[in-house]
Design a protein around this ligand. Structure first.
Ligand code: GLN
Length: 201
């Protein structure tokens, strides 16, 4: 059974760990390069992306995270998605460019400052993810552009909010702050699949 680590420098990493337990795929906290090396996939939680970047540098995890993303699956939620994007604005900020998406920080503004909504996956993905997915938005980024390699799994008000590129997944909302663990269960299943493919190469 592959292990999913949760980057535990800042933000709501405990909520992700609780969700993974619920989803039957218990994870572990990752705070060091050694701990990162030991896991098969990583979740970058929501929180404050600028602070997270600063802590990644301070803890000498920058290169480890960049290299991890080149080989293994990462799921970024909210601030985590901002770190994975290849273009960040409002304000502009460094990022790991793991996914070909542009994000506008705090893009939903006041009207969606903090809100719980029910989301319906795009046709074709509803069979896998189900419908009425609970999503919490907290000062969430808008995903304003997706590249040709990026698959949009879920939209809200027309904008992509859950996207996948290769083995990476990014959500502008917080699936970990609900009682609905389907997205975590689905990520864990995709990690198992990724592992069985890479282990057989
Ligand atoms: N607005 C935060 C940022 O720019 C992200 C908010 C969140 O993760 N809930 O980093």
């Amino acid at each position: 059974m592959p292990t999913i680590g949760v980057l535990a420098l800042q933000g709501d990493f405990e909520a992700h760990l609780a969700m993974l337990r619920e989803a039957g795929a218990p994870g572990c906290e990752v705070r060091t390069a050694q701990a990162m090396e030991a896991v098969d996939a990583l979740i970058i939680p929501g929180g404050e992306s600028t602070t997270m970047l600063r802590l990644l540098r301070r803890e000498h995890l920058w290169n480890a995270l960049a290299q991890f993303g080149a080989r293994k699956p990462i799921f970024g939620t909210c601030a985590g998605a901002i770190l994975m994007a290849n273009e960040v604005s409002h304000p502009q900020q460094e990022s790991f460019a793991m996914m070909d998406i542009a994000v506008v920080r705090n893009g939903y503004g006041r009207q969606l400052d903090s809100r719980i909504v029910l989301l319906h996956p795009e046709p074709g993905h509803d069979a896998i993810l189900g419908t009425n997915l609970e999503a919490v938005f907290i000062r969430a980024p808008i995903i304003s552009r997706v590249g040709p390699e990026v698959e949009v799994l879920v939209r809200y008000n027309g904008d992509p909010v859950l996207v996948r590129q290769g083995h990476h997944l990014a959500a502008s909302f917080h699936p970990e702050l609900t009682t609905d663990h389907r997205i975590h269960a689905w990520f864990a299943a995709s990690v198992r699949k990724h592992n069985s493919v890479t282990n057989s190469l």
